[in-house]
Design a protein around this ligand. Structure first.
Ligand code: NAD
Length: 317
């Protein structure tokens, strides 16, 4: 499996992983087991996905059946917005590791750069964006405090690598001023409708590896009615004609468009054939012209924007 070497730890992060958002609790253990069986070694989870326990069961079964060893897996999870206070970062890392049934995360990310009021996991987990009354409550925890607590997790060996997600340039520049342990990875929405060239170059300049999420653009958001009526990338003429030229699927072309530029991907699928197809997306090369043609579809169209929930969450404004 091709990989990216992470600065700091020197650990190899597989360039193609498996995303766990919207994988239902009831199917998650089997889905994770199958993904590992088919060759996936990176699992991208999060407290917010509500399936960490089940994902961990899939991992445990795969290890028990001898499909893989723990050290051959790269397990990512994320810290939710309600746990940004120093004392909650460690509490949640312990809590989430226990759910997974593992001793350490290979990568632990701050999910979004916005702090929300603490919700006791005993009361509601995952807490999502809203309080019990359906309103959003922010909390005054600066990112520096959260990052220092993330660094403590790293020192304690609970997270081999630490990183950030959904951070924009200004905040990354600021974080780099004080980080004792710089972020190893930046996970961002990235697809041909949202190429974020400057952000990608900034992260690369800092030696921060990039993981793209929602590589298929609107596809993931159709079921949530959040696709902004965008033309599906998997059906876009530019993508389908390039796919035909290579005898590959549109999904493979979209994934290769990212990986060929050194950007890791974490596609999600509950479908066995697609899951396999997505993993085998690096055995061909797009021409520089084809990459350019796909990139030219960019029109800064973002699907995952917390500003849609509440204007105080306008992290990309
Ligand atoms: P995705 O781009 O992987 O798309 C998933 C959708 O595409 C699903 O509807 C699936 O059925 C379909 N699909 C998958 N493979 C296909 C194929 N080969 N052919 C046709 N259709 C196919 O979307 P995603 O789940 O939004 O993103 C991937 C992962 O990124 C998530 O599972 C999660 O782990 C991560 N993520 C992170 C954040 C964050 O804030 N950090 C946000 C969103 C997603």
């Amino acid at each position: 499996m091709a990989s990216i070497i992470l600065k700091g730890s020197g650990q190899k992060m597989p360039i193609v992983g498996f995303g766990l958002w919207k994988v239902t609790k009831s199917s998650c253990a089997d889905t994770v087991y199958n993904a590992i069986k088919h060759g996936y070694r990176l699992l991208d989870g999060a407290g917010d996905y509500g399936n960490e326990k089940e994902a961990g069961e899939g991992v445990a079964r795969a290890i028990k059946d001898g499909l893989v060893k723990r050290e051959e897996l790269f397990i990512t999870s994320k810290l939710w917005n309600t746990f940004h206070a120093r004392e909650h970062v460690r509490q949640m890392a312990d809590y989430q590791l226990k759910l997974w049934g593992i001793e350490y995360f290979d990568l632990f990310l701050i999910h979004f750069p916005v702090s929300l009021k603490y919700v006791d996991p005993g009361h509601r987990y995952p807490p999502e964006w809203f309080g019990d009354d359906g309103k959003v409550y922010t909390q005054n925890t600066p990112i520096q405090e959260t990052w220092e607590a993330m660094e403590e997790l790293h020192s304690a060996g609970l997270a081999k690598n630490i990183g950030i997600s959904n951070f924009a340039g200004g905040l990354i520049i600021d974080l780099m001023r004080y980080a004792r342990v710089p972020p190893a990875v930046l996970q961002i929405e990235h697809h041909p409708y949202l190429t974020q060239e400057h952000l990608v170059r900034l992260a690369q300049e800092f030696g921060i590896a990039i993981t793209a999420y929602s590589s298929f653009g609107p596809q993931s958001f159709v079921e949530l009615n959040m696709d902004r009526d965008a033309k599906l990338l998997l059906e876009h003429d530019t993508v389908t004609s390039i796919a035909a030229e290579h005898d590959k699927t549109p999904a493979q072309v979209l994934l290769r468009w990212a990986t060929q530029r050194g950007i890791a991907v974490i596609p999600k699928s509950n479908n066995q054939k697609r899951l396999e197809q997505n993993l085998h997306c690096i055995d061909f090369n797009l021409s520089p012209e084809q990459i350019k043609e796909i990139s030219s579809l960019n029109h800064n169209l973002r699907f995952n924007d917390p500003a849609d929930i509440d204007v105080r969450l306008s992290i990309f404004a």
